[in-house]
Ligand binder design. Structure first.
Ligand code: BES
Ligand code: ZN
Length: 599
């Protein structure tokens, strides 16, 4: 396979990495890793191939990582490396001196308990309750906490890894993966396509595999593999739909890994192996747009990669757009419009929340001196998607698809910044057409806060009936008599997000008796309902609220619930109480957001 686009000649200035790829950069790494569950520690060595021209040094990123030894060119002698002073969220620069002919660097390292990418789970925190579990989350700049690397999305490298784990556990990586355990506990991984560091991943647990087709499969703990295989049965169809939209899938296999519920995100697009929260296993396949989303990243993000975290919208905006095109191809336009409408509502709420930080509502961000995690808002996702839909409407789908196809094809295995996108848009679509340029208004969408004036709202036809039933309920029809029989998760979410601002406890009770929201097996529905329960002091739901917060670690659910609790004095006490119990189950990504609010 040809991955030849992987060698850019210029590198963007990345405010979140100390590395200087323009003088010396990694092109390939061979790792050796030992996973020690007793010590909760990874011990490893990386053999790095370095590309440079007479550079005096190569610079790596590390954070809360212990460096034990560095060698250059295989020479059996430690070199004097320099670790600079620790900077908040960025960590340290690791400077390694090079000779003009140097091309290989060897670094020995050990992780520390502060490694923010890692979550070491006790058996009790897994589905099976008998074996421990480890997983990583590298995006945005946490790879440097478990491996020395040049931790910028603009730097790509291939890798192999030899991984040693306890013999009853299976390790998986963003690479070609085993489908069965090996009694030796020794595994070999290979990633032939060049990837940026934020896509490095490792998970180790009592995992088993089920095929979903010829190119797709799912890994999960034995007790949930059957449910997972049922839920994700359409994955291969999604892959085919994606390919017919925007070109061949260039990564070989596409597998899913279902993590324990403490996983801090819905999904993470680790190449060849998407990491997913178990909270999307609803039993009715209604939350699988998340799979379409992570799959779409195989093009938007993993092939054409945001050059820095300021260009995050290029990853996520394109991916949301692409995700819904896949969902439309499989389940029809009305279905996709529901997703767009729910996303549009989220966008409006985010714009409201960010009123005091208008600059953060531009697509192009400026995250210098800030943790890139702060740029992770619905703006990149839903405003980004909205902008692309706006262009699609102006030029027509056929022309837009040709444009997107050419974008992925031209820049595959490269990084892209916002200015590069704007130039490509100008050259490939606008083509000197002044009227079209005005209408597209890239400047307004990308560099101006909020939404451009006159942007039409999104409204799915399937939600009209939901609005009608909501109206009837407010006019006095009892909840039980509403016509909700054929509603899917999306209609229910629209119902819940559009309930009147004020609700009495007896109204809450009426809704719950009719629809059983408190004990809903659907995490999206339950989380939305619990937010109402807090707001309207529906105490009957408090035990379920606590159970939810203790079990689930997905930040998107936690944040609104804790924030709602913090609105009242009584709620604050409850929030802190629950947080104390729940915190040991949360990944550092979630605690770093919640600690400042709750401790
Ligand atoms: N790549 C993101 C998750 C991410 C972004 C992790 C930034 C760390 C920093 C992933 O593709 C994503 O967007 N996940 C969403 C789900 C999606 C359906 C919107 C999530 O986790 O909620
Ligand atoms: Zn995403």
């Amino acid at each position: 396979m040809d991955f030849s686009n992987s060698t850019p000649t210029t590198f963007p200035q990345d405010p979140h990495s100390f590395s200087r790829p323009e003088i010396a950069r990694i092109t390939h790494v061979d790792w050796e890793l030992q996973v020690d569950f007793e010590k909760k520690q990874l011990t490893g060595t990386g053999f790095y191939q370095i590309n440079h021209q007479d550079a005096p040094e190569v610079i790596f990123d590390v954070r809360h990582l212990h460096i034990t030894e560095v060698r250059v060119d295989g020479i059996d002698q430690d070199v004097d490396f320099i670790l600079t002073e620790e900077k908040p969220f960025l960590g340290q620069a690791l400077h390694i001196p090079l000779q003009p002919a140097s091309n290989r660097v060897e670094i020995q390292f050990q992780t520390t308990p502060q490694a923010a990418a890692l979550q070491w789970l006790e058996p009790s925190q897994t589905a099976g309750k008998t074996h421990p579990f480890l997983f990583t989350q590298s995006q945005a700049i946490l790879a440097r906490t478990w491996l020395p690397c040049q931790d910028s999305p603009s730097i790509r490298f291939t890798y192999t890894a030899k991984v040693q784990v306890p013999s009853h556990l299976l390790p998986l990586m963003s690479a070609d993966n085993p489908q069965e355990k090996d009694a030796s506990g020794r595994y070999f991984f290979k990633m032939e396509q060049p990837i940026p560091s934020y896509l490095l991943s490792l998970a180790v647990g009592d995992l088993t595999f089920a095929p979903l087709g010829t190119r797709c499969g799912v890994y999960a703990e034995p007790s949930s593999i059957e449910a997972a295989a049922y839920e994700f049965a359409d994955t291969e169809k999604m892959l085919e739909a994606a390919e017919s939209l925007y070109g061949p899938y260039l990564w070989g296999r596409y597998d899913l890994l279902v993590l324990p519920p403490s996983f801090p995100f819905g999904g993470m697009e680790n190449p060849k192996l998407t990491f997913a929260t178990p909270t999307i296993i609803a039993g009715d396949r209604s939350l699988t747009s998340l799979v379409a989303h992570e799959l779409a990243h195989s093009w938007s993000g993993n092939l054409v990669t945001n050059a820095t975290w300021n260009d995050f919208w290029l990853n996520e905006g394109f991916t949301v757009y692409f995700e819904r095109r896949i969902m439309e191809a499989l389940y029809g336009q009305d279905y996709a419009e529901m997703l767009h409408t729910l996303g549009y509502q989220d966008l409006l709420h985010t714009l409201e929340d960010l009123q005091d930080k208008p600059q953060d509502t531009c697509l192009k961000l400026n995250l210098e001196n800030r943790d890139p995690d702060e740029g992770l808002t619905e703006i990149a996702y839903e405003k980004g998607n909205y902008f692309l839909r706006h262009i699609e409407k102006l030029v027509g789908r056929e022309q837009f698809d040709a444009f997107v196809n050419k974008y992925f094809g031209t820049f595959r295995f490269q990084s892209m910044d916002t200015a590069g996108f704007e130039l490509f848009l100008e050259n490939e679509l606008i083509n000197g057409d002044e009227e079209l340029r005005q209408k597209i208004n890239a400047e307004g969408w990308i560099h101006t806060p909020g939404l451009p004036q006159g942007t039409p709202p999104t409204k799915a036809v399937l939600f009209e009936k939901v609005a009608q039933e909501l109206g009837k309920w407010q006019q006095g029809t009892s909840a039980r008599d509403l016509a909700t029989g054929d509603w899917s998760t999306h209609e229910w979410l629209y119902f819940l997000t559009n309930l009147p601002r004020e609700l009495s406890v007896s109204q809450m009770q009426e809704l719950n008796q009719a629809f059983g929201f408190t004990d809903s097996g659907n995490a999206e529905i339950q989380a939305e309902w619990l937010r109402h329960a807090i707001k309207h002091r529906y105490e009957m739901a408090y035990p379920a609220l606590e159970a939810f917060l203790v079990r689930v670690g997905r930040r998107k659910f936690l944040l609104p619930l804790y924030k709602a609790l913090l609105q009242t004095e009584e709620g604050k006490t409850r929030a802190r109480d629950i947080y104390r119990k729940a915190r040991p189950n949360y990944h550092a990504v979630s605690t770093s957001t919640l600690d400042p609010l709750l401790q």
